[in-house]
Design a protein around this ligand. Sequence first.
Ligand code: PEP
Ligand code: MG
Length: 601
Amino acid sequence: MLADRATKLTPPTRNDVRTYKGIAASPGIAIGRAVIIERREASVFRVPIREEEVASEVNRFLEALEKTRDELGELAQKVRRSMGEEYASIFDAHAMMVSDPSFADKVQQKIESEQVNAEWALAEVQEELQARFASFDDSYLRERVADVKDVADRVQTNLQGIAHHDLSEITHDVVILADDLTPSDTIHFNRRPIVGFASETGGRTSHTSIIAKSLFIPAVIGVARLTKMIDNDEMVIVDGYEGTLIVNPTQAMIAEYQSRVLRHEEAERKLLENRPLPAITKDNHQLTLQANIELVEELKDAVRFGAEGIGLYRSEFLYISKSPLLPTEEEHLQLYGALAEALAPRECVIRTFDLGGKKLAREVIGVREDNPVLGLRGLRLCMKHRDMFRTQLRALLRASTHGNIKIMFPLVTGVQEIRQVKTLIREIKSELDDEGLEYNNDLKVGIMVEVPSAAVIADILAKEVDFFAIGTNDLIQYSLAIDRANESVSYLYEPLHPALLRLIKNILDAGKAAGIPVSMCGEMAADPIYAVVLIGLGLEIFSMNPSSIPIIKNIVRSVRYRDCRRIAEMALQKRTAQEIEEFVIESVAMRFPEGLINKTV
Ligand code: PEP
Ligand code: MG
């Protein structure tokens, strides 16, 4: 029975043209051969075994251990050659963990004493070990939870006979088709010639989609049963504009898509001509367009597309790229200092780690949460893992002398959290004073307004901070109760929902009354139709993925503020998102030049 579970069916090769519909996650067209990746964690079931099966079950476990040890040894060698000793030592340490007799003995004892399958025994021991490490006071030991998980997952994979795919093994141009992709998987895609990807899970504003856009990788998500319906090596076109996958296209189809790529490139070149021009409406209302970035390498894109500063640097991607190691204070400092210097005198808003939720929740916290999106995430996670947070805050304060840095905190729900973090900053400042280290005492501190509670009490919060940034990706998730990474509810993603417009208006009005700047860095700010409404509601700072800047600048320069205000006023009177969208599209078509609302360039 156990052997049966390990058998995987390979579907027969097909030659017919097939089209699959998903969600357009990242614009662009990619053509390449499919590489299927199945990486969702397999469920582990408890299977009782007979006494005479115990010995062979123990053997099965020991074989999986041996295989894992060999794999880790090879991996350490590979990493040593490509990245150096520091990184290789992580995998050496993992290999040692596999060789530790107490780990193997514990699993073996469980199989024998409870007469259960090896997978179950391993999962139980893994949980015990993770809980033990998580309970240590010493932060170094606590952080080893991620290593235990990594090692145990590898053994589990080998045990279950599921091929362990390592993305680093891919060396030729391919389209990745996966059941599930994490933001950290996606971030590695830029290092190889991966031309596009598609996945079964995900939402339009999931971080996997956001990263795909940042890396200019065409992507389609939410394609049901994708990995079961497409075979390795089949030719695939990823249409990231329409959200479709075309499998086994004809030569004529490939030619048509190739010419579409050229048309898009031409349109993009034309739009980029507005790069040196200011983001100003026809009736002289001045706006600021900034960039969201996740990786330092994106800075050049921000400059290329004409960003006036960085409105959101998602610093957690520094953590993700270093994981399982924590970035040191010097690493933080070097990065933030370099960003600030490159941008000065323009501002660079650095958001402190927004980990948790779907971003490494388990690895950081060490335990599984039933509702990670409502659990330890953002500022609350950082306040709990205080050593990690202090390191980041010390570096941010020290980097503040290098340029125009602002600090921003994610997932704030009320005044108390802000007061606590401000106390922490004061403590760190006096620590730096004692050490004779410099910082900008006037460093501005702001918050993401991305939870309904914060949006509703924006007038109160505005008295506590120097600026607001509206995070519509989460504000929509939390106010409309839709998991932003769940493809099944993505049809409910409605940025023009009347509730959303009212919340946004409330935040903008509160910011204005208190005299603090309010920006928007959620994906909503990068959409031409929504931009018209947002301008009308009074938003003056838009921050978005760099490549959207020329599109939004084109909108700004084509409209009149006066008209946008009127459109926003009317939109606020409507009852549904659909009514609002229809009304806005109609108004734009009537008042402004043709082609203005073509979202795909
Ligand atoms: C948001 O929530 O809108 C936002 C900009 O932050 P993130 O997408 O990283 O959660
Ligand atoms: Mg957010």
